[in-house]
Structures are given as C-alpha cells and as structure tokens.
Design a protein around this ligand. Structure first.
Ligand code: COA
Length: 201
C-alpha cells in the first residue's frame, strides 16, 4: 500500500453498478467467464449487496479518471432459493455458522493489471469490511481456486483464514479454497488505507 495515498472508492446502486462491473471485467484476461450486467443485477436484487469500485488517474493522462479495482459482495442465507447459492451454502455447511448471523459473500473482485500492487484491493477490502460491519454482518466469505496464487496471497495479507478446501480429483490446481474473516470493531482497527467514499449518482 502507498502510505499517505487516499483511495477514491465509488459505491454504486444496483442498475448502474451492474453495468459498471460488466465494463471493468472486460479488462480481466484471467476471468474465464465474465459476468453480464443482467446476471449481476439478477443475483443482487432483493438481497443486501455492495458494489464498490476504486477510481484512479490514468498515468498517461492524469486528467482522465478510470475504474481500476472492483468488489461486489452480497448477503447469503442458510435457506437459499437460488440454485447456485443453495449449492454454495451447502458446501459452506460446517465451515460457516449461519445461525442468527448475517453472512456476506464477497462474490467477485479484482484489480486491472496495470494498477496492481498499489494497494487498491486492500483499500476496497477494508471499505467492504467497514460497510459489512455497519450493516450488521458478522463474517465475510470468499471463494477462490488453488491456482489463483495472486488472489490467495492477497487474501492471506488481508488476514482471511482458510475455512475449507475442496479437492478437485482431476486437477488439484482447480481445487476450491474457501476463506473468511470475522467482522467486528477490532477488524476496523487493523485497517491501514485512507479512503474517500463517494456515492455514484
Ligand atoms: C489479487 C489482486 C486482486 C490483488 O490486487 P492489488 O490491487 O494488486 O492488491 P493490493 O496492491 O491492494 O495488495 C493487497 C495486499 O496483498 C499483497 N499482494 C498483492 N498481490 C499479491 C500477490 N500476487 N501475491 C502475494 N501477495 C500479494 C500486497 O503485498 C498487499 O499486502 P500489504 O498491504 O500487506 O502490503 C489482483 O492481482 C487481481 O485482480 N488478480 C487477478 C484476480 C484473479 O485471478 N481472480 C481469479 C478469481 S478469484
């Protein structure tokens, strides 16, 4: 993280947020299946969610501000109706306690390659945690794969604990890794980034 730097994080409402995420995902070569705005909006509609994007100056033209890093999270319930989320919750059973607790699933996120290693994802993660705490969430859960070494390393730096490992028998690199972080006031005290949150209008 760059000391003294202030990260500008924009928080989006559902409709506009879906479009913005569809746009920024186009810059990610490593995502095999990019999400459409419709898919994002359908997933988030009717449940608590948070869509946040860091904006930064383009180095070649500092008058231009571009989206560089994003994170989308949403609530998950023990009794999910949505097929994909029902499957996710079933896999989390035993690793996450849903009883009387709000659980946030940090669904998608990343930083565009030219802006990596500058603290954007730490800033976003800390902002999402602050949002989660403010909205009564007790735990943030995230899923990745064994082979996403950068993401695994980053989540380790950000103090996420591995809560489950699901081996893929065909190729261990495709094994799923579930991580989580319990949210409380003490977590906010560990935050390092200086952030300016703006609401998209
Ligand atoms: C992983 C990723 C989100 C990191 O974003 P970033 O903006 O570069 O991260 P930051 O600069 O905020 O780094 C946050 C922390 O993680 C560490 N970190 C960053 N990249 C890392 C890497 N590749 N390996 C190990 N640690 C890493 C940083 O040192 C930093 O730690 P510190 O704050 O304690 O010094 C980004 O590289 C990315 O989008 N990668 C592709 C995503 C992907 O593969 N997704 C697959 C689906 S999960």
């Amino acid at each position: 993280m760059e000391e003294h730097k202030t990260y500008t994080i924009k928080q989006y409402p559902l409709e506009q947020g879906g479009l913005e995420i569809e746009y920024i995902e186009e810059f990610f070569g490593e995502f095999d299946r990019k999400k459409t705005a419709g898919e994002i909006q359908a997933r988030l509609k009717g449940r608590e969610h948070v869509i946040q994007i860091v904006e930064a100056q383009l180095p070649s033209d500092e008058s231009l501000i571009v989206p560089v890093s994003f994170k989308v999270g949403h609530e998950i319930f023990a009794d999910e109706k949505d097929q994909k989320l029902r499957d996710l919750v079933a896999r989390l059973r035993g690793a996450v306690d849903f009883e009387g607790r709000h659980i946030l699933y940090s669904w998608i996120g990343g930083t565009r390659s030219d802006w990596r290693g500058q603290g954007h994802f730490r800033a976003l993660t800390e902002q999402q945690e602050a949002w989660a705490h403010e909205h009564g969430f007790k735990e943030v859960v995230v899923k990745t794969k064994n082979k996403f070494y950068g993401m695994r390393g980053t989540l380790t730096h950000l103090n996420f604990d591995v809560i489950k490992y699901e081996r893929n028998e065909l190729d261990n690199r495709d094994s799923k890794v579930y991580l989580s972080k319990r949210i409380g006031p003490e977590v906010l005290q560990t935050h390092q980034s200086k952030r300016n949150l703006v609401q998209a209008v």
